[in-house]
Write a protein that binds this ligand. Structure first.
Ligand code: DGJ
Length: 727
């Protein structure tokens, strides 16, 4: 018997909706009842045609109670009258040009309720990243409740070898740990309840290899980033197919709905986070190239501005400093000819002086006992020595032991219980308008108190834990999880707009807020408090799959007590700086630092703006890979015009394995490149010259031998000798 169309009879004409994301894409189409199906996804996804009626293709975005009742719903709503099902029909498609791409809006309405859902796609053909989100609005008789509200719900066929890679560790100082696992039948949920500190659980990025392991330059790999500054969730539902190797995968991504039911009033709009994603059919290098291009073009502030070399005092002094000590550090920073001196936590509050992390947050006036000349004296000292001045702030937080809390105990995120303290502090509630104004004003006043300050580190040392707000009525306290992110972003947007010349670093107790959503108002982020260079190589390896190195702040510290030249070499492959007690360094160590700064001057444009080439991985990248971390790493950054490059080689640990061959692809095959190398213990040595073809074939030798040593090779195209015959 022929199967029957579950929706017949009906009569909607089929509308085919191609979404061309630049070299790959999606196609949706409606069946004859108006329900949307995913006709294609992947390298040929935007040109997929209908072989059979659309009804036989997977549902595009499953809703609770529609025709895929056995699939987890990407959208689950309780309507105003208590109905728990939602059935969406196509209502129209709008396409508008947007920069080099398109904004595509697929409008749907519920079969019966006055509920509209717009599926939004923003293409970026130049980078090949697609932004996708959903907008929900209604005119029912009362509020509705959104329980699940994913941004996307992709259907795919995957192989038995399909693998997913997540990034995260066990908590503080364990960001970006790499885990690749095979996908097996069942639902795998990769979520975070870390809020502003997703790194306490996992980063909001996922790499998916639908047909098994890929390499840098071969194989299908999807990359997804949930651009959200709150809790996130990826859910991968895998189902076997009888008698087939292939399996059905339904991948959902968006804000984590756990505890985050959203009560939505009539005529108001709920916008899900944007998920930025891409599908490379040629391996991970292309995935990274796309994410870097998109991050630079569409996310980052001032992407073309070379990020400075920063000296931070945090690990040199912690809370224990006075003006003389800071000026001494500024002197040393100036002697190294860096760009910015950044004064970290501990400079403020009087009644509850900030001498440790128990007091003072919220009282953003300088502590005259520590700094009698105020911040202005330090900003002047920096300027007089040729440096820019930067300041640390944590504007969203308050210690109960503070004047601010005594004045405004009702300004904090809390429910009726005594709020839990975390790092001895509470979160100010940005849903309260005065709080938002206070935060914006705090930044302004602090910057004005030290004229010329042009750099700021915005920290957040705790997540939301006691979700409640006096700005929300009793029946919508769970809206806080969503509203908190939007309100915080609105504060950040005001700050960025008010201080366009101040470079902003994101930090959240280390590498929190390493997400593409929050980054829009910032120039870079602190990648992790873990600066042990051996661990950092692995973290930076993972993080730079998604973010250009200009964003990835990396400071030389004493963590791990590794050799200083090695620590410098690791920090030099990201946005370089120091967080060391420069006053305690002997002449040899200072000479290493000076060489590192000189290297930064020659190479940071390559590192920050160049094309990343990954050469030797320090992490096990396949489910069957070694269970122990790998012991070496190498990467290179090529200039866009391929005239220069810098290659970093790191020997992390001792190994008996033979040195790797470095296949440095991407340079001009026929061009000769002069190579100089250095391990930062001495001046760079001339190594000879190699053509691009030789470099691709593996001509550059592996040099570092001892554990925790590095080798930095700079390559520069040799200009052809002038042709004597030329006129
Ligand atoms: C956490 C950050 O990650 C550190 O770098 C430092 O700024 C401290 N907060 C200060 O409290």
């Amino acid at each position: 018997m022929e199967p029957t169309n579950p929706h017949a009879p009906a009569g909607s004409a089929t509308v085919v909706i191609p979404i061309d994301a630049g070299g790959w894409g999606l196609t949706w189409a409606n069946d004859d009842t108006g329900r949307l199906h995913q006709i294609g996804a992947g390298p040929d996804g935007a040109t997929a045609g209908l072989d059979v009626d659309a009804v036989w293709y997977p549902t595009a975005h499953p809703t609770w109670g529609d025709d895929s009742p056995f699939l987890p719903a990407a959208l689950r709503i309780t309507h105003a009258d208590g109905t728990t099902t939602t059935r969406l029909l196509l209502d129209g498609v709008e396409r508008e040009p947007h920069i080099d791409g398109e904004d595509i809006t697929v409008r749907c309405r519920d079969e019966q309720f006055a509920l509209a859902v717009a599926f939004r796609f923003r293409t970026h053909p130049a980078s090949g990243v697609l932004e996708q989100w959903a907008e929900i609005e209604h005119h029912e008789d009362g509020p509705i409740t959104l329980h699940d509200h994913d941004s996307l719900a992709l259907a795919m066929l995957v192989g038995a070898e399909a693998a997913a890679t997540q990034f995260g560790g066990s908590g503080w100082a364990d960001e970006w740990a790499w885990t690749t696992e095979r996908l097996t039948p069942g639902t795998k949920v990769l979520d975070s309840l870390g809020g502003t500190q997703p790194h306490l659980q996992r980063s909001p990025m996922l790499m998916l290899e639908p047909f098994g392991p890929t390499t840098e330059h071969a194989g299908d790999v999807l990359g997804l980033s949930i651009a959200w500054g709150g809790n996130t969730r990826f859910a991968l539902d895998v189902r076997p197919r009888a008698g087939q190797q292939q399996r059905d995968l339904r991948l959902r991504a968006g804000a984590n709905p756990l505890g985050a039911d959203y009560v939505l009033d009539p005529a108001t709009r709920f916008v899900t986070p944007t998920v930025a994603w891409t599908w490379s059919a040629v391996g991970r290098h292309e995935l990274t190239r796309r994410f870097h291009a998109w991050t630079r073009a569409r996310v980052l502030r001032d992407p073309e501005r070379l990020r400075p070399v920063v000296v931070n005092n945090w690990e040199a002094t912690f809370f224990d400093f006075d003006e003389a000590r800071i000026v001494d550090l500024i002197d040393r920073a100036a002697a190294l000819a860096v760009d910015v001196f950044l004064l970290d936590d501990g400079w403020f509050a009087t009644t509850h002086a900030r001498n440790d992390d128990t007091t003072g947050l919220g009282d953003w006036h300088v502590n005259p006992e520590k700094l009698p000349g105020g911040l202005a004296a330090l900003a002047d000292a920096a300027r007089d020595r040729g440096l820019r001045f930067g300041i640390w702030l944590e504007p969203e937080m308050v210690n109960p032991a503070s004047d601010l809390y005594e004045r405004h105990p009702d300004w904090v995120v809390r429910d009726r219980r005594e709020p839990r303290q975390h790092r001895n502090q509470l979160v100010l509630d940005p849903l309260v308008a005065e709080v938002r104004d206070f935060e914006v004003d705090t930044v302004r006043q602090v910057l004005e108190s030290a004229p010329g300050t042009s750099y700021m580190k915005w920290d957040a040392n705790r997540p939301v834990t006691d979700p409640g707000s006096r700005a929300l009525p009793a029946d919508r306290q769970s809206n806080l999880w969503t509203d908190h992110v939007h309100a915080t972003w609105s504060v950040m947007a005001r700050v960025a707009e008010a201080h366009p010349d101040v470079e902003l670093m994101l930090c959240a107790s280390g590498g929190g807020r390493n997400d593409h959503g929050t980054l829009r108002w910032f120039h870079e982020f602190w990648t992790s408090d873990n600066t042990d260079p051996v661990t950092r190589v692995r973290m930076q390896w993972a993080c730079t799959h998604w973010f250009p190195a200009s964003v990835v702040a990396a400071h030389v510290t004493a963590w791990g007590e590794r050799p200083l030249p090695f620590a410098c070499a690791v920090a030099l492959s990201a946005r370089f700086g120091f967080d060391l007690d420069l006053t305690a360094l002997d002449d040899d160590a200072l000479a290493v630092c000076r060489r590192a700064v000189a290297t930064a001057r020659r190479t940071q444009d390559l590192v920050q703006f160049g094309a990343l080439q990954r050469l030797v991985s320090p992490v096990p990248e396949t489910p069957d890979g070694p269970t122990e971390p790998l012991h070496r790493a190498a990467l290179a950054f090529h200039a866009d015009d391929r005239r220069r490059s810098v290659v970093f080689q790191y020997q992390l640990e001792a190994t008996t394995a033979a040195p790797p061959t470095l296949h440095i692809a991407g340079l001009d095959a026929d061009t000769a490149y002069a190579a100089t190398g250095s391990d930062l213990t001495g001046e760079p040595e001339v190594l000879g010259s190699f053509t691009g073809a030789e470099l691709a074939a593996g001509a550059l030798p592996w040099t570092p031998a001892a554990p925790t040593t590095a080798w930095i090779v700079e390559l520069a195209a040799v200009e052809a000798a002038p042709n004597a015959d030329a006129v």
